[in-house]
Design a protein. Structure first.
Length: 112
């Protein structure tokens, strides 16, 4: 039984359905092999996700979403809204989320 078949009809947040993963991957111009290299997973894993035979872990789901908004250069305000909705534990006073998303150099810095 495919994973999507067990999903509630109204559950839209996590995890993404296989066709959504495929859409984002293709929209970024990536092959399944290239996405698997970026994510450090096996190419067959990407295929299983896209065919709804396996659900991606939350971390992988979040990574694909963040990769997409970074690749597509989503506006800072939109990116901030997306990150705050996906990661509710991040508080505005904790880190400048806009800087973290739009400045790859900030990805390697640790919060103070």
């Amino acid at each position: 039984m495919k994973c999507a078949d067990r999903r509630k009809p109204d559950s839209k947040r996590l995890p993404m359905a296989g066709n959504e993963i495929r859409f984002l991957r293709k929209n970024m111009g990536l092959t399944g092999k290239r996405l698997s290299e970026i994510m450090a997973v096996d190419n067959a894993t990407i295929s299983r996700w896209e065919r709804d035979f396996q659900q991606p872990a939350k971390a992988h789901d979040h990574f694909i979403r963040l990769l997409y908004i970074t690749e597509k250069r989503v506006s800072a305000d939109q990116a901030k809204q997306i990150v705050e909705s996906v990661f509710p534990g991040i508080k505005p006073e904790t880190k400048d989320i806009t800087d973290m998303i739009l400045n790859p150099a900030a990805w390697t810095t640790r919060p103070t």
